[in-house]
Design a protein around this ligand. Sequence first.
Ligand code: ATP
Length: 203
Amino acid sequence: MLRIGLTGGIGTGKTTVSDMFGKLGARIIDADVIVHELSSAGMPAYKAIIDMFGPDVVDESGGLLRKVIRQRIFANAQLKAKLEALLHPLVRAEIDRQVAENSRPYCIISIPLLFETGSAYNIDRILVVDAPQEVQIARACGRDNADREAIQKIINLQSDREFRIARADDVICNDADLASLQAQVNSLHEKYMQLANDRRIPA
Ligand code: ATP
């Protein structure tokens, strides 16, 4: 099974790229979705998060106030590290479980904070989606209605472009239109199909 870890900064186009791979037949596994599921009421991380942050991070219906949690960890690096230590082993295990049950030729595993969290994942290649900062800001602002200062703060906290690119096996440059993006995804899809196929044939 070929496992591609997909990452990139905020607003670079990770979701758009993974949707394109999904339409071409790849299995998509999303670490953010897994975190969301693991921390839903009754799921493995739910109670531990409430114990860590206190009862005021729960709304009337029992759901976690994720925005409040995000604000708290933004302001407290120790708390952030503690939350990551709780979540990452669970996320890794769930990714591995989903990979094991996959029957498609390859998986795209979206891990937005692949470099920031320092966690080791079972992946074969790293695919980075890259875009110039101005493009990141414009796209993230356009999508979330956020102001550019807020996006800039997040960019400053994330790994820089050169760091990511230096560690990538493949890079998608998303600085133009969607047709250009689709063409790059198509060509990587061919490459990954070939690599997946090569693995199936015993040497
Ligand atoms: P985040 O890190 O915030 O989750 P992301 O990396 O997943 O973001 P997307 O949500 O895929 O990024 O893209 C951000 C916005 O930019 C979306 O509204 C998307 O439709 C748009 N977008 C992405 N790529 C392009 C492109 N090549 N041309 C035009 N719009 C694009």
